[in-house]
Design a protein around this ligand. Sequence first.
Ligand code: PLP
Length: 505
Amino acid sequence: MPDNRKSPIEITKDEFKKIGYQLIDTISHFIDTIDEKPVTTGDTPKQIQAVLGNASLPEQSTSVSELFAKTTDLLFNHSLLNGHPKFFGYITSSPTPIGALADLLAATVNPNVGANILSPMATAIERQTVKWLAEFIGVSTSCGGILVSGGNMANLTAFLAARTAKAPKSMKEEGLANMHSEMVFYCSKATHTWIEKAAVLFGHGTKAIRWIPTDADNKMNIDILSQTINNDVKTGKQPFLVIGNAGDVSTGVVDDLSAIAAICKAHDLWFHIDGAYGIPASVIPKYKNLFDGINEADSIALDPHKWLYAPLEAGCTLVKNPQYLVDTYSSHPVYYNFSNQDDEPAVNFYEYGFQNSRGFRALKVWTALQQVGKNGYIQMIGEDIALSQLLFDEAKKHPELEAVTQNLSITTLRYIPVGFAQDEKKNETYLNTLNEKLLNELQQGGEVFLSNAVVGDKYCLRCCIVNFRTSRKDILEIVDIIVGEGRKIHKTLQIVPPVVDLKNS
Ligand SMILES: Cc1ncc(COP(=O)(O)O)c(C=O)c1O
């Protein structure tokens, strides 16, 4: 081994600058012209595989500049572009450009934000990010928390803190199977699938979930919640957790959080809010009342990679008393030497969640919060909501569209061909088939990307705007795109006059 080792993976300063500048040039052009590209090329996995090729593992080195030229081409020309102004699918945002720069910086310094000693500045920045997120949504900054990969993890992380808080202390050693009473928990039917994952993975089983029906406006029915808890108590179960939605995944409805909080208080239950999507809207003065009750929550999940526009991945769990996170996740193996000499004990984030080694995902959130400030976010979130309302109004006006729901920045609507009365039950099956086909065509077509929601019995197109690039023009254009495509599909289905659904007639 020579005195000066030459590693094949090192890149010289000059080379790094050259390739780095080229990459930044290519990225800037990509961002600047993203609206000229299709949202997706709609390639099948087979077509993608053909483009990628099927080479076996390389044995020899490749030039880095060639590698990046090839890789940018693969990604820029064969990806679904959620940074496109007409991307409204699921709940993924356009990514902030500053987030891309922050990720580069984070990867360069590469702090391991599992322990303070391994990441002194990054740990402090993550702590500040958590505090700012609490401040942003208007809850006490004395709460603690941790950044995680997204909404699933933010909710799962909180779920276990809730269980630690409410289960007998013996549970850690004895396990759930040896508990005297079955632990059960409550959420509305509109709750995201993470709750099933929690029930299965953490040993409760899905039967421990009490699915509370929603009322006409899709909020959790508070009377049924109360009755269900009372019944469980009577039959010897141990209720421990109620989950309220602050922006449900399908239609963006915010539950009556104050009412849920009051029930939790009366029964000494943990109150968790899944605000992964919607809770940033509490920053808008006009919408603040909608979120009354968030200060009563024991924990909140929110996702900077949704409505704070952070590039994937960034979720956050906030906990009123962060000691419950430490009681859940902390361990002190002999091979960790993370105790500090300072007066104030260091925060070691490995004690707050699932991960030990942790990346610096806080940086992209922390930088964006400063780039635009709270006011910048008030503007962008407010505009997203206004655009969603515009789409709803345009759909309402259009004779071939039915505007179905509008909450926060989610609008659901469907295409109704001329001559099909919206409320005729007999046409429902046909309209559902038509709209499902329409969604598939739109998702493949590349002009706009929407997702779906089932509202009552109606299969709807769902447009979720968490996109700072979308403007009024895009909304007006997508109305035409939807109607144009809807007409084509209706024609190909060749249903004239409307088919009668025998089941419902
Ligand atoms: C309300 C809600 N909770 C949880 C999640 C899951 O988030 P993620 O996909 O980041 O895990 C979503 C995703 O859309 C959501 O809308």
